[in-house]
Design a protein around this ligand. Structure first.
Ligand code: 6R9
Length: 651
């Protein structure tokens, strides 16, 4: 029901009274942010401590061929000092990070800002001793343990550029990223416990590093003390080194436009691209959005359930909250271990006030029944949030009623790895919520809906088309690591003068925004973003596969599932065993999150006469929507479509 007639949920009077931003202040600030953009951001950037103040707010060009994005460019600052040092005087003993381990039997840790400072300094000194200096790249391949946050902040402290690789990725995926950014060091752990099982991270890193330059060093954090192989020439024991390292380390003055991190993410073509975020604009944007969207107040206990391997973990577990001097909870486990009450027990145990998760987790827990929720005391919760994919109204209502007891606003935050922070979301004390709507642009964001064919802006309401952003904001990505041309081509070529998001969007009669999903070949599986091209190239790398086409299809829990059409090499026979083999193959090539849900044997794929696979048709078949196949007259051999329809999986 994505329109203005949707039921709306206004914020309570309490919420409005307490919120940093109410309806009036939102309107006023939003207007100011889009009319005097420089003035607005000059003021907002004062929330950050600058070593050398900036004089210039921004210098931005979206023109193809000369795209360049600069914010606060002549300023200098250090992100680690902003996240730690400046809080020491007023809140040195306040908890910065609550760490909740995988098993509820193990003790949680409370790490104060003072402890965070010494742990980060130690890690920074260890990295320095390994030869890491400003501008060097460091890969972080870690479980959700405090050392992952120390590693991020330690890199920021000495000016190294971190690139986190999600611990669920395979050795091959890790190797590609180590090589892609020519990292000097890989920080990992012996094992990553999750849901009662341990992933052998160090063993994975060993396999990856066998494919990398021999000079890459490996710094190993002890998490489980499990046995690991040891390469004396390459491996370093973090725990031993940190003990001997000094707990003082001066933060390096970084230029506002020096890179802070690289994060690889999937696109519609080719291999994952290294999204580059820089220092001053990113931290300003992460801090402001964290405070405003979650209405963070001193004393709140804020919990984002993401992993630091994704952008949500960067901006809303580590950088945004810590820049604001918040208490941020870091959870090592999964929502269903030991059972489906885990999230809610952690909320009760630590008296969580803001809870931020993905729709896929909500749908999975919803299916387990509400008894798992109601046995916990959730009265501390004030604000709920979602991120990563569209939320369906059933899941929204369950979240609102069963988890939030009807009294917590839900912020449905739409944004991307590329955007650094929230671009659209309802604000908890300002907007009436509509289940499933991203509602309103954040300060400084100018969303436009374009006609996909003409590229013209569609004015007025309602409107539907592709979503672009008309102007820059401080948290915007600056380039793709090592490939600025690909950056321009991906985001600025299709709709000249705009940043193209890759998402479709509707604006309803009230002027509120609804994200309708990707318009490119990116699929969203359990909130994890994946390029169909990556799964295809993994499949065709198998010796028995001649050709493969991969599309998304609607999946009750995951949002989208991975549907693979596979043409075998001649002489190969389809079988259940081969299906399992291919599934395992993709898991090994990319990681378990890319595991195919359905594999259909395709004697042929629908292609145009010029040999282009017509994915539109494959998508319709996977969606079981044959009535809408559209024009198939340009196909080289229309009969392949009938075969695919007759043999669709899971009917
Ligand atoms: C933060 C993050 C980005 C893509 C994005 C869109 C989808 C994210 C959403 C949402 C509907 C929301 N997406 N949040 N769709 N409503 N609230 O998820 O980054 O992994 O780069 O994914 O996710 O399609 O383009 P990332």
């Amino acid at each position: 029901m994505s329109d203005a007639t949707a039921k709306t949920y206004p914020p309570s009077a309490d919420m409005v009274a307490r919120a940093h931003v109410n309806a009036q202040t939102y309107d006023k600030m939003y207007q100011a942010s889009v009319t005097d953009t420089d003035g607005f951001w000059r003021e907002q950037a004062q929330r950050i401590d600058w070593i050398k103040p900036f004089t210039q707010v921004r210098d931005v060009n979206f023109d193809l061929g000369s795209v360049s994005i600069n914010w606060f460019a002549d300023g200098e600052l250090n992100v680690s000092a902003n996240c730690i040092d400046r809080h020491l005087e007023t809140r040195g003993d306040q908890t910065a990070i609550i760490w909740e381990p995988d098993s509820p039997e193990d003790a949680a840790k409370h790490i104060s800002y003072r402890e965070l400072h010494s742990a980060t300094c130690r890690m920074a000194n260890v990295l320095r001793d390994l030869g890491v200096t400003k501008g060097d790249r460091v890969i972080i391949y870690m479980p959700m343990i405090p050392e992952a946050a120390y590693a991020m902040l330690a890199c920021a402290r000495i000016g190294a550029i971190h690139s986190i690789v999600f611990a669920g990725f395979s050795p091959d995926a890790l190797a590609a990223r180590v090589n892609g950014c020519e990292a000097k060091v890989v920080i990992t752990a012996d094992e990553a416990p999750r849901g009662g099982k341990a992933t052998p991270l160090k063993a994975n890193a060993d396999k990856a590093l066998a494919q990398c330059d021999a000079s890459v060093q490996c710094l190993v954090v002890r998490r489980t003390n499990g046995d690991v192989a040891w390469n004396e020439a390459r491996d370093r024991d973090y725990n031993a080194l940190a003990q001997d390292a000094s707990d003082k380390c001066e933060p390096v003055a970084m230029g506002a436009e020096d890179p802070l991190f690289i994060l690889y993410t999937s696109g519609s073509t080719g291999q994952p691209k290294g999204v580059v975020h820089t220092t001053g604009g990113y931290i300003t944007y992460a801090a402001l959005t964290h405070e405003v969207t979650f209405d963070y107040h001193y004393g709140d206990v804020y919990w984002c359930t993401a992993d630091v391997g994704w952008v949500t973990g960067h901006s809303y577990i580590v950088y945004g909250p810590l820049a604001n001097g918040a208490t941020t909870l870091m959870f090592e486990g999964v929502p269903t271990y030991p059972d489906a009450s885990r999230f809610w027990q952690v909320c009760e145990k630590h008296k969580v006030t803001q809870f931020y998760t993905a729709p896929t987790a909500i749908r999975a827990l919803m299916g387990q029944g509400k008894e798992y929720v109601t046995k916990s005391d959730l009265s501390s919760l004030r604000i709920l949030g979602t991120v990563g994919e569209p939320i369906n109204p059933e899941a929204w209502n369950w979240y609102h009623e069963v988890v939030g007891h009807g009294r917590c606003p839900i912020v449905d935050t739409w944004w991307q790895t590329e955007t650094g922070g929230h671009l659209m979301t309802p604000l908890p004390g300002a907007h009436d919520m509509k289940p499933g709507a991203a509602m309103k642009p954040f300060f400084g964001i100018k969303p436009v809906i374009l006609d996909p064919t003409s590229g013209q802006e569609i004015d007025g309401n309602p409107a539907e088309g592709v979503l672009c952003i008309a102007d820059s904001w401080p948290g915007q990505m600056r380039t793709i690591w090592g490939d600025h041309e690909r950056f321009e081509k991906t985001y600025f070529a299709d709709y000249p003068g705009y940043y193209f998001t890759g998402d479709g969007c509707k604006r309803d009669a009230d002027g509120d925004y609804w994200i309708t999903g990707r318009v490119d070949d990116v699929i969203n599986v359990s909130g994890h973003r994946m390029g169909t091209a990556e799964v295809e190239s993994a499949l065709v790398a198998h010796s028995k596969v001649a050709e493969a086409a991969v599309v998304g299809y609607p999946h009750d829990i995951k949002g989208q599932g991975i549907y693979c059409y596979v043409t075998l090499m001649s002489g190969e026979e389809p079988s259940e065993d081969l299906r399992t083999e291919l599934r395992n193959w993709v898991r090994q090539e990319i990681g378990p999150i890319a595991s195919p849900d359905l594999i259909q044997w395709a004697p042929g794929l629908p292609k145009t006469r010029s040999g282009k696979i017509m994915r539109r048709i494959l998508r319709k078949i996977a969606e079981d929507d044959f009535g809408a196949l559209g024009d198939t007259s340009t196909l080289a051999d229309p009969s392949v479509v009938d075969d695919l329809i007759d043999n669709r999986m899971n009917r």
